[in-house]
Ligand binder design. Structure first.
Ligand code: AGP
Length: 606
């Protein structure tokens, strides 16, 4: 997965492209490059991040009002200068940037090699540039159309030709691509933040779109080069949404947005004391016949789905599973037209999640997307989409999206419970009252962030951590452990508290830290017993508990108290101290929090 940007207009392209790349760097950051068409066609690229590209550009004359650029996360070929994009065609008349994977590139490469072509890189992308040149007869658009008809795999491409300085071409299949319409200038990019400073008029391209971009128009074609229309969306994010707003890292900024995100996610969904998800207008007959509910997702989104599983069992009384999409897609899950599948994804572009969705649909299930990015692939392929409205999430570590996912999942399940007459209005009113308090509860956690920061200062060298809990506290423990691994590079395991004694207890030593989440009231005493087991082996314990939990003070080394949130909604609040804990641990270790090593924000390849 990578980020691409393309520009044509009246201004110098280079600064706009580099600026766009910076806001796409979350998509991958092992190499970067730019191609500018001015009097000549020039490419500058390097292994490393955008700042390394800027260093390399220093002192280079790169003038022109048309260009394409790329930030890479390697899939084919090591991250190095040669494999960095853009890639030239054989004659160097055509250049290409690409996000995705060409599955048949070896076959194509063999075919072109037989014809006498010599390749310069190990990438799959270079084959595309060579193919386009192969078909080029003075019309870039037609050459691109012919070339992409031979490609198997996923791609968002931007292509320019030395001989056609008044436009460039872009194509999309299974990798995200948007267009930005400016005044006397136009853009394409992998994601909206890249173009936000310049325009709020966005086109979301669909699979198969071939796009011809001029400075005064964008023309969209289907595969047969028939002109087609796509709607223009006014994006209400302003540019500051996509910047750090004075926070040291995007991750911290995004955690601090959570009280607002909680309100946004319920906007229009709680009205006059009633829960109502208008998007979830499923056929009542189907609802009554549902035999299974699945949550299919990856990473943090999977952890949000796990909360959904518990709530479906409790409120709907229907068998429910949370499934890691990369496993689910290769199993033979028991799904039919009576199954309801929630597909949870912040980006809406995660390859495994999309494959899980397609499998579920093939088997006849109804698919509901719980998605952040508007117009993303998941959003377009599900039967119904419910947006979480968390705004752009830039940090690789997902925080505010988790909070909003859990909230929207909970609201959706309660909406269904009402239709199925499993939630009476008194209980609904009680739940609504609790939803309305969540934002303040979240804010209170953030107001007490120093408590977490100071606890971290006493444990920052710890290398072995366990996150334990029962019921929904277990689900949120998994997310706490993932956050710590991901950004602080500390080994962390999320475990059901009751399961510790079946193995992991052997790892508890005075050098270990256990974070015990104890907010699930019916099982609090049992969790306290588990904490005692850890303490008896010399382990250090930080507990996250509700204010009325007096007993825990006597067993844990430290307690972070949260407001008395309703058990069933507790993950929305308890995750916040866990996110802060991971953040402060990573910060204490001086790590690159927003871009942790080896990871990328949007995992659009398998
Ligand atoms: C979370 O912090 C991760 N970076 C990762 O697990 C993420 O949640 C996962 O890749 C799924 O992404 P999605 O929500 O965009 O589908």
């Amino acid at each position: 997965m990578c980020g691409i940007v393309g520009y044509i207009g009246e201004k110098e392209a280079l600064p706009l492209l580099v600026d766009g790349l910076k806001r796409l760097e979350y998509r991958g950051y092992d190499s970067a490059g730019v191609a500018i068409l001015g009097e000549e066609l020039k490419v500058v690229k390097t292994v490393g991040r955008i700042k390394d590209l800027e260093n390399r550009l220093n002192g280079t004359e790169l003038k022109g009002q048309l260009g394409i650029a790329h930030t890479r996360w390697a899939t084919h070929g090591a991250p190095n200068d040669i494999n960095a994009h853009p890639h030239y065609s054989e004659s160097k008349n055509i250049v290409v940037v690409h996000n995705g994977i060409i599955e048949n590139y070896l076959e194509l490469k063999k075919m072109l090699t037989k014809e006498g072509k010599t390749f310069r890189t190990e990438t799959d992308t270079e084959v595309i540039a060579y193919l386009i040149e192969e078909f080029y007869e003075g019309n870039l658009l037609k050459a691109v159309q012919k070339a992409v008809s031979l490609l198997e795999g996923s791609y968002a491409l931007a292509i320019l030709s030395k001989d056609e300085p008044n436009h460039f071409v872009a194509v999309r299949k299974d990798s995200p691509l948007i267009g930005g319409i400016g005044k006397g200038e136009n853009f394409v990019a992998s994601d909206i933040p890249a173009v936000l400073p310049y325009t709020k008029d966005i086109i979301i391209f669909e699979n198969g779109d071939i796009v011809d971009i001029f400075k005064d128009k964008i023309v969209i074609y289907d595969k047969m080069l028939n002109v087609i229309k796509r709607p223009i969306h006014k994006v209400d994010w302003n540019i500051t949404d996509a910047q750090k707003c004075g926070f040291k890292h995007f991750m911290l900024k995004e955690i601090f947005e959570e009280p607002d995100v909680i309100k946004e996610a319920m906007r229009g969904r709680i009205k006059n004391g009633r829960i109502e998800i208008p998007e979830l207008d499923l056929d009542e007959h189907f609802l009554k016949e549902i035999n299974q509910v699945y949550f299919v997702a990856c990473g943090t989104a999977y952890h949000a789905g796990l909360v959904g599983k518990y709530l479906v069992e409790k409120y709907l009384g229907i068998p429910a599973q949370a499934e890691v999409a990369s496993e689910f897609r290769y199993r033979a899950p028991i799904i039919d037209e009576r199954s309801l599948v929630f597909v949870v994804s912040q980006s809406g572009e995660t390859a495994d999640t999309l494959a899980g969705l397609r499998l579920a649909k093939e088997k006849g299930a109804k698919a509901i997307g719980i998605v952040n990015v508007v117009g993303s692939s998941v959003a377009r392929e599900v039967d119904k989409v419910i947006y979480i409205h968390a705004g752009p999430e830039i940090a690789v570590a997902s925080t505010k999206a988790y909070v909003a996912q859990v909230e929207v999942i909970a609201l959706s399940i309660l909406h269904l419970a009402k239709i199925l007459e499993k939630l009476d209005s008194a209980r609904e009113q009680k739940l609504v009252d609790e939803f309305l308090k969540l934002s303040d509860y979240a804010k209170e956690v953030l107001d007490n962030k120093e408590e977490i920061a100071s606890f971290v200062s006493t444990t920052k060298n710890i290398e072995e951590t366990f996150f334990i809990g029962r019921n929904l506290d277990f689900a949120v423990s998994l997310e706490g452990a993932l956050k710590l691994k991901e950004i602080a590079y500390v080994h962390a395991e999320g475990y059901p508290a009751g399961e510790l004694k079946h193995g992991p207890l052997a790892l508890i030593t005075p050098n270990s830290l256990t974070i015990a989440v104890d907010t699930y009231t019916p099982l609090s005493d049992k969790t306290i017993s588990n904490i005692k087991e850890v303490k008896a082996r010399g382990g250090k314990v930080l507990a996250i508990a509700k204010k009325d939990n007096e007993r825990i003070k006597d067993v844990a080394d430290a307690v972070f108290y949260i407001s008395p949130v309703l058990d069933d909604l507790s993950p929305i609040v308890t995750v916040i101290p866990l996110q802060l804990f991971a953040y402060y641990m990573a910060d204490a270790r001086g790590l690159d929090i927003d871009k942790p090593r080896n990871l990328a924000k949007s995992v659009t390849v398998e």
